[in-house]
Design a protein around this ligand. Structure first.
Ligand SMILES: C[S@@+](CC[C@H](N)C(=O)[O-])C[C@H]1O[C@@H](n2cnc3c(N)ncnc32)[C@H](O)[C@@H]1O
Length: 224
């Protein structure tokens, strides 16, 4: 599905989020707090925007982006080439449930709008914990269903238009699925419990834009 919408994915993202996705990504990477010399992983990297945001916010970092959708990765690679950052990034075909990296490799992991597409989310969190170094941080940006009834009403009025925008940009059915999956995604409290169950500490959730997206974070226990 993501291969089919890859070509217009960035344009659709901008249109559907009314340009707000850039700010959400900036805040997500601020929460990750990448440091000079660190090594980072973006899971479900798609066209790579979170990878580039890490590079924008920190010098001298190495960032891997993984995704099973090869067409999305092709766009990420060409964006990296255009920016001249090919030495700092690697885009690899891989699945969140079976990361081809050794244990304790990364100082931080980020993932944007991918987690709700994964069926075995608990297993994915355990895999993320495995590849994080002790003390490393996981930050997940995800679309969430607003809890305020008034905001929900506005949301319900807006969401039928998303597949229409998607259709104009060549992926109506895919965008219908993406919107439906937000309603089916667990509440933020449940997601936080999943982090804790996987073994993360300092688990936190920050709602943005009236709770229509949330930034979830957790840390791998530091070595004693
Ligand atoms: C909505 S896109 C988000 C792309 C990008 N992270 C962003 O912020 O725009 C979701 C991405 O997650 C990827 N994805 C879906 N299931 C995955 C899995 N099991 N492991 C890794 N990536 C996955 C899809 O291929 C797709 O590129």
């Amino acid at each position: 599905m993501f291969d089919r919408i890859a070509k217009n994915y960035d344009a659709a993202n901008r249109a559907i989020s009314m340009g707000m996705d850039k700010g959400w990504r900036r805040k997500t990477i601020k929460e990750l707090c990448p440091f000079r010399g660190g090594r980072y992983l973006d899971i479900g990297t798609g066209t790579g925007d979170l990878v580039f945001e890490i590079l924008d916010q920190s010098a001298n970092v190495l960032v891997d982006g993984i995704d099973p959708a090869e067409q999305m990765l092709e766009i990420a690679r060409s964006k990296a080439a255009k920016r001249g950052v090919g030495d700092a990034v690697s885009f690899l075909t891989a699945d969140a449930l079976d990361l081809p990296m050794g244990s304790e490799t990364f100082d931080g992991i980020v993932s944007g709008f991918c987690f709700r597409n994964i069926e075995r989310r608990q297993k994915a969190l355990e895999e993320m914990l495995r590849v994080l170094k002790p003390g490393g941080k996981l930050v997940i940006l995800e679309a969430t269903y607003p809890s305020n009834p008034l905001v929900r009403l506005g949301y319900r009025l807006y969401t039928p238009w998303v597949p229409v925008i998607g259709k104009i940009l060549g992926g109506g059915a895919a965008y219908k699925y993406l919107m439906d999956s937000i309603e089916n995604f667990p509440k933020p409290e449940v997601v936080m419990d999943m982090f804790t169950e996987a073994g993360f500490v300092e688990v936190h959730c920050s709602p943005l834009t009236f709770g229509s997206v949330s930034i979830f974070s957790g840390r791998k226990q530091a070595a004693v």
